[in-house]
Design a protein around this ligand. Structure first.
Ligand SMILES: Cc1cc2nc3c(=O)[nH]c(=O)nc-3n(C[C@H](O)[C@H](O)[C@H](O)COP(=O)(O)O)c2cc1C
Length: 250
């Protein structure tokens, strides 16, 4: 009798054939645009760009983001003011507030189990998502954060440990990282459709919080102004420094 190990059913997804030149064109033609025409972005294009933003890689697939598309007149005007009346905000066809959230970690961890994409949820996946919430909990008066810091300080001398939250600031940073990746997807998607954008962190956070009624675990990361580039919408040629300043081979 042979004792061949039974092959586990595995999932295969072939790598799609892509077009590097088309990608380069999108990346290289993206500029921060500070003046837009009055042309509107067709809703199906805007929705598609938002869907592409949601495909960004994100930590533990917990999707810690929220995109508020501000279209009603009163909040939009208030948002322009919160963005200090920047020309990009004033002329944009669309203003999207990109928010990092840390208040849905447990809920979305449970969804990762509930909506798992294969018929049988592997045990390891279940255990992972049952425990992941703790990785970002810091507790009352940061009690859990302090305890984790102490434990990690000792344990990481013996074994490598993944990034965790030792404080609410760490938790915010965790969510901001993934949200910023989605923001980049969004602006590249707009560019691919021939539209343009300006990422803005020149806004008053307390005003934005008030306009959107954000809770304390929602952090506005940036406001994205989007629309059709005006002829004089880019103010100067793009500047990047010598690549050797930023890339090092070790
Ligand atoms: C996080 C972030 C915040 C920014 N905030 C503003 C802003 O408030 N106003 C603005 O005009 N541009 C803003 N920018 C655009 C940068 O000034 C711009 O990306 C940079 O000068 C490089 O130019 P480029 O985007 O055309 O390559 C921001 C960009 C990023 C990524």
């Amino acid at each position: 009798m042979t004792h061949e190990k039974q092959e586990k059913p595995r999932y295969f997804e072939a790598a799609a054939i892509t077009d590097a030149d088309a990608f380069k064109q999108v990346v290289q033609s993206r500029r921060s645009v500070r003046k837009f025409t009055q042309t509107q972005i067709p809703d199906e294009i805007l929705q598609d760009c938002l869907d592409l933003a949601l495909l960004a890689p994100n930590s533990s697939n917990l999707q810690p983001w929220m995109f508020y598309v501000v279209q009603s007149e009163a909040p939009k005007q208030a948002l322009v003011k919160a963005c200090m009346g920047q020309l990009a905000a004033r002329t944009a066809a669309e203003l999207i507030v990109c928010v990092a959230r840390t208040d849905r970690i447990d809920e979305l961890a449970a969804e990762n189990i509930r909506q798992f994409t294969l018929p049988k949820v592997p045990k390891a996946v279940k255990s992972y998502y049952r425990l992941i919430g703790l990785n970002y909990k810091t507790g009352l008066l940061n009690s859990i954060g302090h305890a984790k810091k102490l434990a990690y300080g000792i344990a990481s001398k013996f074994t490598p440990l993944p990034i965790t939250a030792f404080s609410p600031a760490d938790r915010k940073l965790w969510a901001v990282k993934s949200t910023a990746l989605a923001c980049e997807n969004l602006v590249l998607a707009l560019r691919a459709y021939g539209f343009d954008s300006c990422m803005m962190e020149g806004f008053d956070e307390s005003h934005v919080r008030k306009i959107l009624k954000l809770n304390s675990e929602e952090y506005p990361v940036m406001v994205i102004a989007a629309g059709e580039r005006a002829e004089d919408g880019v103010f100067w040629p793009q500047l990047r420094f010598d690549r050797n300043l930023f890339i090092q081979k070790i």
